[in-house]
Design a protein around this ligand. Structure first.
Ligand SMILES: C[S@@+](CC[C@H](N)C(=O)[O-])C[C@H]1O[C@@H](n2cnc3c(N)ncnc32)[C@H](O)[C@@H]1O
Length: 446
């Protein structure tokens, strides 16, 4: 096909609406979200990706069983191909689309560091990690060069989903168009090179760097990759499996290095999704000597350990006490191979499990979101009306099942969404005040 016709199809695609998509979250019990599972699949993420919209007042959102994510963006984590037990850094992670997909692939095993430079965005990332029931993630708020001084030759995989000119999102996010100006691609490219200078040192030899953008500009895509290959000869591009209209990268848009065709381009006129670029590189060796990195160890004193252990046992929970860290009144279950956190700006340390208040333990909201009906001492399945009451912060009076006095995991479609405490025929509400809201719409799955 000649260039003029190709370009006509490309520009025509901008007159079409972008298509909503989402991912079902296998860290949750998704067996009862039957309608969502029947929606058309995103072909490159067929296990969990679907086309359709998830509203913020739906049961899928409130339980964390689904995450809204544009279809092409779902391809990036497929290239990361995270495995349980790996040490992975998601360097520019907010709001968390790729972090939550990577964590699901890791099945909560191993270490996932999700970093975001912007504090406000890091808080949103942290909330999304919590709602998704992720337990092996450290959410940090650092500049890439800060992190690079801490983690030398450290990670098995690093995803840099780079800040970019966002041209691939123009039809989805009209604001992205407003930022664009002449010279913007070069400004973004300069920033991408700066971030990559810090990134390369953090990957262990043999590890993989996945670089992605949501822009069409070769200055930010193939040309950044050719710059990296020239300046860091220890990196080589590796093949990406491309299906369903995903195309090769374009060597002719950079320095002609043929291996650039191993990268992937997602064009909105060729696939059912927005514009994206993804490349995978392998680091063959490192010139920097391995730094010894110390691991976090439990700081629990004997007395707290005994009391916490008794509290957890009373809730039928069994957690490894050697992985519990106390920070003031709060107790966290930190991930396997967790690095020492002194000097790190950490917004979330694995899973917050409890708070000590007036000499009594309260189970943490994050804990509820990581549990389902069968792994807590007692649970209560909320009706739609009760769910509205619960997220509004109301007491649940006259519950319809028999409960024992004490903590109750409040569930919807079997997934924990918060804690209550039962006594005197009512369930007192422990849904966090900051998250309480009035749901106006009819509750539905999506
Ligand atoms: C494309 S977005 C990340 C999207 C995210 N990976 C996801 O899937 O939800 C790029 C991120 O890079 C961050 N960023 C901006 N400037 C940066 C810099 N100099 N270094 C590192 N990150 C930066 C932005 O705040 C933004 O959150």
């Amino acid at each position: 096909m000649c260039w003029a016709i190709k370009l006509t199809f490309f520009f025509r695609s901008f007159n079409l609406n972008s298509v909503n998509a989402f991912r079902l979250n296998p860290l949750k019990d998704i067996s009862h979200f039957k309608q969502l599972g029947k929606l058309p699949q995103v072909s490159w993420n067929a296990d969990f990706g679907h086309y359709g919209k998830i509203f913020g007042e739906s049961t899928a959102f409130l339980t964390g069983a689904a995450y809204s994510q544009e279809a092409s963006a779902q391809f990036v984590a497929r290239v990361v191909d995270a495995q349980p037990g790996e040490k992975i850094l998601d360097l520019a992670a907010a709001p968390g689309g790729k972090t939550t997909q990577i964590a699901a692939d890791m099945q909560n095993r191993g270490l996932l560091v999700a970093n975001e430079i912007n504090f406000g965005r890091a808080k949103i990332l942290s909330e999304n990690v919590e709602r998704s029931g992720i337990t092996n993630c450290l959410v940090t708020n650092h500049r890439p060069d800060d992190l690079a001084t801490r983690f030398v030759n450290y990670f098995d995989k690093i995803l840099l989903d780079a800040p970019c000119s966002g041209e691939g999102m123009f039809r989805k996010d009209h604001q992205a168009v407003q930022y664009w100006h002449t010279g913007y691609n070069q400004e973004c490219a300069d920033r991408q090179r700066e971030i990559l200078r810090s990134t390369v040192a953090m990957l262990r030899p043999g590890g993989q760097l996945i670089y992605s953008t949501c822009t069409f500009a070769p200055e930010e895509d193939e040309q950044i990759m050719s710059w990296l290959l020239t300046h860091y000869p220890e990196f080589q591009l590796s093949d990406i499996q491309k299906t369903a209209g995903i195309e090769d990268g374009r060597p002719d848009w950079a320095d002609g290095n043929k291996t650039l065709s191993k990268a992937a381009r997602l064009w909105p006129d060729k696939i059912n999704g927005e514009g994206h670029f993804v490349a995978r590189l392998v680091k063959t060796k490192s010139h920097i000597p391995e730094a010894s990195s110390s691991q976090l160890i439990s700081n629990l004193k004997q007395n707290e350990q005994r009391l916490l252990s008794e509290f957890l046992t009373s809730l039928d929970l069994s957690l490894p006490m050697r992985n519990i860290y106390q920070f003031g009144a709060y107790f966290y279950l930190f991930p396997q191979n967790c690095p020492e956190i002194k000097g790190l700006k950490v917004l979330r340390l694995g899973l917050q499990i409890a708070e000590l208040k007036n000499k009594r333990f309260l189970p943490a909201h994050s804990l509820a979101l990581s549990l389902s009906k069968d792994n807590f001492s007692q649970s209560y399945e909320l009706s739609d009306t009760e769910l509205r009451q619960f997220v509004h912060g109301d007491v649940i009076t006259q519950p319809k099942t028999i409960l024992k006095k004490g903590w109750v995991l409040m569930t919807k479609k079997n997934n924990g969404i918060g804690f209550g405490r039962y006594s005197d025929h009512m369930i007192k509400n422990f849904y966090p005040k900051g998250l309480r809201k009035l749901i106006h719409a009819q509750l539905s799955e999506s």
